[in-house]
Design a protein around this ligand. Structure first.
Ligand code: ZN
Length: 102
């Protein structure tokens, strides 16, 4: 028996041509490796919503941290999604954080 009221969500990417559909209950987001952002893992936005997704490059010097880099080797700190009603920031935390025992 088909679920006529299945919570289908359509997603688009402002930076490439990828579209996707998820069927999930509740708040969730959809990430993909975006060719428009040099292969970074970027969030998709709900279809019909005007939003932009931008990579934020790290400004500080990268020493011994293992960081997320884009396809050009540029260290990327986060990806921000700017929507009509606010911002989302996905932060790529360095993995070499010592003593993070929370
Ligand atoms: Zn994309």
């Amino acid at each position: 028996m088909p679920h006529l009221l299945s919570p289908e969500r359509r997603w688009v990417c402002p930076n490439c041509t990828l579209t996707d559909v998820t069927v999930e209950v509740g708040q969730h987001s959809r990430f993909h490796a975006c060719p428009g952002l040099k292969g970074l893992t970027a969030p998709m936005v709900p279809a019909g919503m005007s939003a932009k997704v931008e990579a934020v490059e790290r400004q500080d010097f990268v020493a011994n941290e293992i960081v997320t880099v884009d396809g050009d080797g540029t260290p990327v700190m986060s990806v921000t999604t700017t929507r009509d009603d606010g911002n989302d920031v996905a932060v790529y935390a360095p993995t070499a954080t010592a003593g993070a025992n929370v």
